[in-house]
Design a protein around this ligand. Structure first.
Ligand SMILES: [Zn+2]
Length: 623
């Protein structure tokens, strides 16, 4: 829908947006992006930047909001040339910071012309917005990839007038306000740099626009590599309408004037979700909507990113609210930014019907079981997973259980559920975490704005909902070393984690979709379906026997390896005395390892704890 953005602009947003840039104190930069070669994986850009004679320092955006890391793809910036009045200018990169470029501007010049290309990954690369983003049929344009901005200004004080040329016949969707469009030439209204970078454009030959809500307007913009991928059963759209309604009911007010779910379905782009104030850039496989199993596994992605409009974009930890993209972010409060979002996003998935309560519990059982088999908790606490997040987001998967990763997503799902249970208990059912969200993230609502917070602000807001020693609670949660997972929240909501010898539907789908074999809870191995060992759980039987990540299982009890052969051998060893024999290859050498494991298959699930009231079912009910 080429003009979807214009259609939903209200008079109010026109006024607010006009005021916001009319008062901007800094330079006015024009940016023209040519994306017509997106299928070749290259974008061209030209900028006109006001300048004064002397050395002008320009930055390529480095620390990106929502990515919590210095992920600005500077190595993919190419073809960089500067000129003034048609004459080339000298430039040199700063020796201490690769994202900083110094340009020499001669006397008498007041504008620098910058030409640059952005090289899209040419083969499939994961990662966040700088991962693969272009195919033959679509492109997700993140503006930070195609611009430079001058030193000395806050992002909100620099105005960008952006234009974008998209391939012929392609449609587009974005929350960036459009000024006018002439065929495939799009001209956007002047906006501050922070709004521009917060407003990616999804453009595709195949794009479907599904209205989800009217006041304030929200729409789902789905692009794919094929037309078929955009046609799930009609009731699927209703579930996303429920999501918008349920989030509105939970928070009580919205901090957007209009909202775009930019959803990319492709097997040739990086898969992740990235939050923005008035949109989210979420990406999954081509069959992510039309295949029921994939839809179930991806169900919580859009709820998570939508929740960020309140928790992350509007309310933001003070250390993450940096004035531009050059200053490093401090990630210590990601256990609120991401942890609470993961919890709220998952319960909204259930409240909207994208998951049944059973599917929610099957998902939560895996989260809890994995954390319960994470020996890295004994040395790295939850706080350190947040503090080290800029590095941990890019940690390799081998040695995960001992290194740990950005576990504040999962561990805080359990912790915030615990908080929800405590609030309900302390107030005898009168209040819940929903009330905290209304107080902390809710009214007054309206146009996007940022309200920062500290640890103390979180504690104080919780105390306004229910009297409790929240400071001690969270301090303990953040420095806890387990060794097991914090399972009290699940137990206090009336459920408990158990292991049975049959897998849940969700568990089986997750294994198949990931092409992974999850025997972490039995012999302590996570494998690829070709036998490659992704990780060993330190302290469990396989690790103790001498097996490590990077090795490959060739045979189980003398039979060629497959997922079924391994699962069956583990089951058959229950109560037996013979060890399970694994023939393993390691750097060209073969060795047989004998595993003395006789407890059978173990698959996590939640079962009712009858001695406690079933608060979890209340938590998951639509409001
Ligand atoms: Zn997130």
């Amino acid at each position: 829908m080429a003009f979807s953005r214009t259609r939903i602009l209200s008079a109010l947003s026109l006024i607010l947006i006009f005021v916001s840039y009319a008062w901007a104190a800094g330079p006015n930069i024009s940016l023209a992006v040519d994306a017509t070669e997106a299928p070749r994986k290259i974008l061209h850009a030209r900028l006109r930047i006001p300048a004064t004679p002397g050395t002008v320092t320009l930055y390529y955006p480095k620390w990106l909001p929502g990515e919590h890391s210095p992920t600005g793809p500077i190595v993919d910036l190419a073809g960089l040339k500067f000129s003034a009045s048609g004459k080339p200018l000298k430039w040199r990169r700063d020796l201490l910071d690769g994202w900083t470029i110094n340009v020499e501007v001669p006397t008498g010049e007041n504008e620098v012309l910058a030409d640059l290309d952005y090289l899209e990954p040419a083969t499939l690369e994961e990662g966040f917005s700088s991962g693969s983003s272009a195919t033959d049929k679509l492109l997700v344009l993140s503006w930070n990839q195609v611009l430079l901005y001058p030193k000395g200004w806050k992002a909100e004080d620099i105005t960008f007038s952006a234009a974008l040329k998209i391939p012929d016949g392609w449609k587009y969707a974005t929350s960036l306000p459009l000024s006018n469009a002439n065929g495939n030439d799009l001209h956007f209204r002047p906006e501050p740099l922070n709004v521009l970078i917060d407003s990616p454009v999804l453009t595709s030959q195949y794009l479907k626009v599904v209205p989800l809500a009217e006041h304030p307007p929200a729409e789902l913009d789905v692009a794919s590599d094929s037309a078929t991928a955009l046609e799930p059963p009609a009731e699927v759209w209703d579930l996303y309408k429920n999501l918008v309604t349920q989030a509105g009911a939970l928070f009580g007010a919205q901090h957007y004037l209009h909202y775009h779910f930019l959803y990319t379905l492709s097997d040739h782009v990086a898969h992740f979700g990235l939050e923005h104030h008035e949109s989210n850039d979420s990406r999954t496989s081509e069959r992510g909507l039309i295949d029921e199993t994939e839809r179930k596994l991806d169900a919580s992605l859009l709820p998570h990113e939508f929740t960020h409009s309140w928790n992350g974009k509007y309310r933001r930890p003070v250390g993450l609210a940096t004035p531009d993209y050059q200053q490093p972010m401090q990630t210590d409060l990601l256990w609120v930014y991401e942890g609470l979002t993961e919890y709220i996003g998952s319960i909204l998935t259930a409240r909207s019907g994208l998951w049944t309560p059973d599917q929610y519990r099957e998902y939560l059982a895996i989260v809890a079981a994995d954390l319960d088999h994470l020996p890295g908790r004994t040395w790295r606490n939850l706080q350190d997973t947040a503090d080290a997040a800029p590095q941990l987001y890019f940690a390799p998967k081998p040695w995960y259980s001992w290194r740990r990763s950005t576990d504040f997503y999962d561990e805080d799902t359990l912790n915030w559920m615990w908080v929800d249970a405590i609030i309900r208990q302390q107030t005898k059912g009168k209040k819940s975490l929903d009330d905290f969200c209304k107080l902390f993230h809710g009214a007054p609502g309206g146009a996007p704005t940022v309200k920062t917070y500290t640890f103390d602000d979180v504690v104080n807001a919780l105390n306004q909902i229910a009297a409790y020693d929240w400071r001690a609670f969270w301090t303990e949660r953040l420095i806890d070393h387990g060794p097991g997972a914090p399972l009290t929240g699940i137990e206090e909501t009336g459920w408990k984690l158990v292991y049975t010898d049959t897998a849940t539907d969700y568990f089986r789908s997750d294994e198949r979709d990931d092409a992974q074999i999850r025997e972490m809870y039995t012999i302590g191995l996570r494998l690829r379906d070709d036998g490659g060992i992704i990780d060993t759980i330190e302290g469990m039987v396989a690790a103790k026997a001498g097996i490590g990540p990077g090795m490959r299982v060739i045979a189980v009890n003398g039979r060629r390896f497959s997922a079924e052969v391994l699962h069956d051998a583990i089951k058959a060893a229950k109560g037996a005395t013979d060890p399970i024999e694994l023939l393993v290859e390691n750097t060209g050498y073969y060795k047989t390892f004998k595993l003395d494991y006789h407890e059978g298959g173990k698959y996590p699930r939640l079962v009712r704890e009858e001695s406690k009231p079933d608060l979890m079912s209340d938590i998951l009910k639509a409001k």
